[in-house]
Design a protein around this ligand. Structure first.
Ligand SMILES: CC(=O)N[C@@H]1[C@@H](OP(=O)(O)OP(=O)(O)OC[C@H]2O[C@@H](n3ccc(=O)[nH]c3=O)[C@H](O)[C@@H]2O)O[C@H](CO)[C@@H](O)[C@@H]1O
Length: 398
């Protein structure tokens, strides 16, 4: 390997809040190896939420792309972002890259993987191998995952089922590492935080356990939103404390919020630390989120997933319920999930909270990275940095 005594440089591509949550522990673990310098690249996909979430972990993007036009078609945004990333990642922070790490299934992840192939830089995929079995549901995420599997050279499978899915698709076993889900590392880290709580959240935490609801998937736009609102209204009518936590994408949550009865509380998107407190206190969670299926299972919270199918069969096996987008079905499944919450041993289904260290060590070994003193790195949060959007980054690329 060239540059034998130099640390290796790995770019972590972060587009959305869940990518920030699931890659922050990996960034911290890469730093702990002292063999690899992590470089966080924010793509501008969720230009406000992603850096704000990184900041909760004490991390700062090294560079941020300016947000792209939100309303052009997904394929156009993906290819444009891939091109912009390929330019930005040629020599980020003045160094050639040794690896590009992407996570999950967003357009940022697939664009990062495409950029890696164009630049001939190896690509690693965190949370590899999740499959719903239907390429059009969830769309476009299921297709994105399959595309990334073709582009990556290192695959970090969060569960045995994900590992099996990759093997069944012909990925060589020596390129797959069974790690656990790095999102569970984030849950573990957040337990030691003392997050700032607004009055509404503090009040909820000292009151009866609430039913928490979130919704943001594109598949959910339309009929789903009316059904969710009606189900939450019915649960509130039955005497539950019901809280709908909105998303920054107004198309995802405004149509739900507009139909809610006054008895249902509406909260703005919560910081990860505050949200973890709410989740741990919740009587149940009703959601279309991927990460919440994992977190609810690990925290033994009853969960209702408003989807026809899920790429996380482990959550269903542990007691989470799928519900059709129908108010009666959502209410009935919420009662059923509360009667029979996830078994305590389900706590380990998505990992032990140390997945990120397995990812980091595999990367350092793959890159043959020497043990070397890595000085202060570009991902440390500036204490004086404002906690908003791309302004936090050291370098903003138009
Ligand atoms: C098809 C699919 O399922 N794709 C998923 C999608 O992610 P998602 O569905 O999990 O996304 P969200 O629901 O937005 O985030 C959830 C996280 O946010 C925290 N949270 C929530 C509300 C709040 O107010 N404050 C918070 O902090 C919460 O605790 C949790 O950790 O893309 C990811 C990236 O590639 C994939 O990994 C993942 O498969």
């Amino acid at each position: 390997m060239a540059r034998p005594r130099q640390p290796r440089h790995v770019a972590l591509v972060v587009g959305t809040r869940p990518e920030a949550i699931k890659l922050a522990p990996v960034c911290l673990a890469l730093r702990r190896t002292r063999r690899v310098v992590p470089i966080i690249v924010c793509t501008g996909q969720q230009a406000d939420l992603a850096p704000r979430t990184l900041a909760e972990f004490g991390l700062l993007p090294t560079l941020s792309l300016a947000p792209d036009l939100l309303h052009s078609p997904t394929f156009a945004r993906t290819s444009r972002l891939a091109g912009r990333l390929a330019t930005a990642l040629r020599r980020p922070a003045g160094k050639p890259l040794d690896l590009i790490l992407v996570q999950g299934d967003t357009l940022s992840a697939v664009a990062g993987a495409m950029a890696g192939r164009w630049l001939e830089v190896p690509v690693g995929h965190v949370e590899a191998g999740l499959r719903s079995g239907d390429p059009s549901d969830p769309w476009p995420e299921e297709q994105n995952r399959r595309a990334i599997a073709k582009l990556a050279v290192l695959h970090f499978a969060p569960t045995v089922q994900a590992w099996r899915n990759l093997v069944a698709e012909g990925i060589p076993q020596d390129r797959i590492t069974l790690t656990g889900n790095t999102g569970i590392d984030a849950v573990r880290l957040a337990r030691s935080w003392t997050p700032m709580l607004d009055t509404a959240t503090a009040g909820l935490l000292s009151g009866p356990a609430p039913v928490l609801a979130t919704a943001h998937r594109r598949n959910g736009f339309g009929r789903f939103q009316g059904a969710l609102a009606e189900a939450l209204n019915r649960l509130a009518g039955l005497g539950d404390t019901v809280v709908f936590v909105t998303h920054t994408n107004p198309r995802a949550t405004d149509p739900v919020a507009a139909r809610l009865a006054p008895a249902v509380q509406i909260l703005p998107p919560a910081g990860f630390g505050a949200f973890q407190r709410l989740l741990a206190h919740a009587a149940a969670v009703i959601t279309d989120s991927g990460g919440l299926q994992e977190e609810a299972t690990v925290l033994s919270r009853p969960a209702v997933v408003i989807r026809a199918r899920t790429e996380r069969p482990e959550a269903i096996a542990a007691g989470a319920r799928l519900a059709a987008p129908d108010p009666g079905a959502i209410v009935a499944q919420t009662h059923a999930a509360r009667t029979d919450p996830p078994r305590p041993r389900a706590r380990w289904l998505f990992g032990d909270g140390y997945a990120a260290d397995r990812v980091a060590l595999r990367i350092a070994d793959f890159l043959n990275a020497p043990r070397t003193a890595v000085g202060p790195v570009a991902t440390d949060r500036l204490t004086a940095a404002p906690l908003t959007g791309g302004a936090m980054a050291r370098q903003v690329i138009e």
